[in-house]
Design a protein around this ligand. Structure first.
Ligand code: GLP
Length: 262
């Protein structure tokens, strides 16, 4: 795992957008794993700008999102499909047929989960997976006790997650209680993982995820098993990291990060 600490949320988004742009320019057929949530908004806004100002080309790119609520239609503004369409897909030149999210309205949810896994495999696997982190340590919707080798499946959301995402639904009452999510094992199969976290509320869980013991109670700790995982945080989210000085030294000195220091 590598940890990069940037001054603020804008700098985190800028760095991650540049990482994605670099991979996409090197491989226009890139298979991108995408996430939703507030943290991703500024990353997608930058990708949209790069598309408009620097001709960043998404025409051959394929995407797979981590998760979708069970029961919501793609036309429902609260669904992740709708959120992705308006936040990114409709703002760049991606072919919507190349964008994939689990179908939360499938009659047979188990079959839908298996289909999603097959679709990822058939694409050749995910090259770069973006991840946020929930306050309970979930990645995707892999709530505490998710098996570390789990594949795409339906998960019931914890009270903490329902509370965290309730503002999008005008309260917990109207919220779906379940979601389809890539499993922790699915995420570990991606070639590269990039987890972003910003703000003081994430400081405790980021420290557990990066420096704590691997445990199914905090799904994000499984990323410690991943051979190529980069965690990008702002000063606030990284404020409790014990190894902060070491992480800063690596970012300031290792040639891999030279382009990103400017
Ligand atoms: C939701 C998503 C997660 C995301 C998390 C963090 O629960 N399913 O994939 O990581 O939100 O969201 P935010 O960035 O809004 O804190």
């Amino acid at each position: 795992m590598e940890v990069i600490i940037r001054p603020d949320e804008d700098a985190v988004a800028e760095l991650v957008a540049r990482m994605i742009a670099k991979e996409l320019r090197a491989n226009p057929h890139l298979v991108l794993g995408l996430a939703t949530g507030r943290t991703m908004e500024s990353v997608y806004a930058r990708l949209v700008l790069m598309h408009r100002q620097e001709q960043l080309d998404f025409s051959l790119c394929r995407t797979f999102n981590l998760d979708e609520y069970v029961g919501l239609s793609p036309d429902d503004p609260r669904s992740y499909r709708h959120w992705m369409n308006r936040t990114l897909f409709q703002q760049v030149n991606i072919d919507l047929r190349n964008t994939h999210l689990p179908n939360g309205q499938a009659a047979d949810l188990e079959a839908e989960c298996a289909r999603y896994e097959r679709a990822i495999s058939r694409s050749g696997g995910i090259d770069l997976q973006l991840l946020g982190i929930g306050r309970d340590g979930h990645i995707g919707f892999n709530e505490p006790l998710s098996a570390l080798r789990s594949l795409t499946r339906v998960k019931a959301l914890t009270p903490a997650t329902l509370a965290q995402n309730a503002p999008y639904f005008g309260g917990v009452e109207g919220m779906p209680r379940r979601a389809i999510t890539m499993g922790v094992g699915t995420i570990l199969e991606c070639r590269r993982c990039v987890l972003l976290a910003t703000g003081p509320d994430k400081a405790g869980i980021v420290t557990k995820a990066v420096e704590g013991p691997i445990t199914a109670m905090v799904s994000a700790t499984a990323l410690q098993l991943h051979p190529r995982c980069t965690v990008v945080v702002d000063e606030e989210a990284g404020s409790q990291l014990q190894g902060a000085d070491y992480y800063r030294w690596i970012f300031a000195n290792e040639p891999e990060w030279e382009d990103y220091r400017k």
